[in-house]
Structures are given as C-alpha cells and as structure tokens.
Design a protein around this ligand. Structure first.
Ligand SMILES: [Zn+2]
Length: 301
C-alpha cells in the first residue's frame, strides 16, 4: 500500500541555480511544481505559482523579496491546476503573459479541472478553496521575448503535447530551460488521458517537441516535477516516451488488448524505473499511444 502523500504545499526556499535564476524546489511532493523566479536588472519573471491562493501567496512573497521593487511578470507553463492556479496572488501587480493556446485551454477546461482535482482528497480540495482562474494581460502566439535587463526570457508555445498549449521559458544568457510537464525528473510522464473528457495529450507530438528542446542545448533544465538537472533530463524523458510508444505497438501487434498492454507496461516499466515517482501514469500513457496506434492502423488499411 502506498503511503498517504504530503499535502500539496510549496514549502522550500528558493535556490539560485544560475546567475539571477532561482527555483523553489517541489521537494518531490506530488502536485507541487518547481517554481522559477528570474531576476534581471529591471524586471523579474515568475514561472508557475503552485496550486491555489495560499501557495500563490507563498510564491508571491518569495518573488517580492527577490524582485525587490522591480517590475514583475508572471507566466505559466500550462493550464494544469498545480502549475498556475495560484495566479490570483499576483493579480493587479504582476503583468501576466500566456501563450494563446494555453489561455484557450484554460477557458475551456479550467473550471472542470478544479472540480476534478477537488476529488483527489481533502488536502488538495483545501488548497483549491477560493481559487479564481486568472486571465492574462498579454497573450502571444508562437514566441515572445521578455527583456528583464541584462537577461532575456524567451517564451515559446509548442502547441499540442502534454496539453494543447505547453509553453517553455528559455534564458539564453544563462542557458536555463523551464520545461513545465514536458520533462519530469525521476517521475513518469504525466498523461492526462481521460476519455471522453480530455484526450488532447499527444505522445507523438510530445516526442517531437522534446527533440526540439534538446536542440536548444540548455545547460540547466528545470523540470515540471523532480530535481533540477542538465540536458540529460530531456533525453531521458524522450527515451521513456519512445519506449512506451514502441512497446505499446509491439504488444498490440502481438494481439494484446488495450487493458492487457496497459497492465503489462505498468508492470514492466515500474520494474525498469523502480525509483521513479507516479507510476500510475504509465497505463494512461499506454492507452494514449494505443489509441493513436489503432487509428494509424485503421487509416492505413
Ligand atoms: Zn501538467
């Protein structure tokens, strides 16, 4: 039996991972993201807020201290509750910037995800008490650049992958990449594959996006969840998705049903990565790849 997870609360202090670049580590607590705070000469950028108004206020207080009166920007890696549903703590003071696909997805699914997450237990529901979904001041398509003073932040919308509107933040001066949930560290890829309500995650496009992220050649990678590392984090995440894709196809070719192969891959991939968190997502990923594979076979015949 798995132990009860700790409550989803941002508790760690920010650590400086590069010049002017801070990360509030997730402490490997489920439903707590890694949060970024980038401090330039003139402005600061906060990347993700944690879930709910209390976590948002905690992040805000760290950001206020580090930004020390500089103009503040806020952006979110994607619309999932644990990443951005503390944004109300910044409302009116920080300039919020989202990619358009993320905003569209927030409008379409945000309220539903609040209700879904409230079913994850009392500690999660408590953090979502009083949550308000925040719309941005600035919306962009494709890419956006924030000039922070001696430090730039390149925001990029990758379209459909882990969600419909995953966004990364790359700091070219420090070569730091914030990936959101496109990359996790010692944590299985999160596949929000919830048919019929949400089937927008796309494993194939996700792999392509990771190939592009590798080409950015970052020195430091801040994953959505797990420890900060180097570019090998992206390669490991891509290799896992490729293995999940290929093993799903192999088992399907051998005649396994969706339920059979989900169970088999749950067993074999837990065994392959015994120290990785959140193995419950393996089967969701297998089902997602299976559906794509059967559609591809049907289209061919
Ligand atoms: Zn996510």
């Amino acid at each position: 039996m798995e132990a009860t997870p700790p409550p989803p609360v941002v508790e760690k202090d920010p650590r400086e991972v590069a010049d002017g670049v801070y990360v509030i580590p997730d402490g490997r607590v489920p439903l707590v993201p890694n949060v970024g705070i980038v401090v330039g000469d003139r402005a600061a950028l906060v990347i993700d807020t944690g879930m709910g108004p209390r976590n948002g206020a905690t992040v805000r207080s760290h950001a206020d201290r580090l930004a020390a009166g500089r103009q503040m920007f806020l952006t979110l890696t994607h619309f999932h509750p644990e990443h951005g549903y503390g944004a109300q703590a910044f409302a009116g003071d920080a300039v919020t910037v989202y990619n358009r696909a993320q905003l569209d997805e927030l409008r379409a699914k945000g309220a539903g995800y609040v209700e879904l997450f409230k079913t994850f237990g009392a500690p999660v529901a408590a953090e979502l008490e009083g949550v308000e979904l925040v719309e941005p001041e600035i919306v962009y398509d494709g890419t956006a650049e924030l000039e922070l003073g001696g430090s730039r932040a390149l925001l990029r919308d990758w379209g459909r992958a882990h969600t419909l509107g995953d966004q990364t933040v790359f700091l070219p001066e420090q070569r730091v990449l914030f990936t959101g949930d496109l990359v996790e560290e010692r944590c299985f890829a999160i596949f929000p594959w919830f048919p019929p309500d949400d089937v927008d995650v796309d494993g194939h496009r996700w792999i392509e996006v990771l190939e592009e992220l590798e080409r950015l050649d970052p020195a430091i990678v801040v994953p959505g969840h797990g420890d900060v590392g180097g570019p090998e984090l992206i390669a490991t995440a891509r290799e896992y998705l490729e293995l999940l894709r290929d093993e799903t196809a192999r088992l399907a070719d051998e005649g396994a049903t969706e339920d059979d192969l989900a169970a088999e891959l749950d067993r074999s991939l837990r065994a392959l990565h015994p120290d990785w968190a959140q193995p419950e997502w393996i089967a969701f990923g297998a089902r997602c790849f299976y559906t794509a594979y059967t559609r591809e076979l049907a289209a061919r015949s």
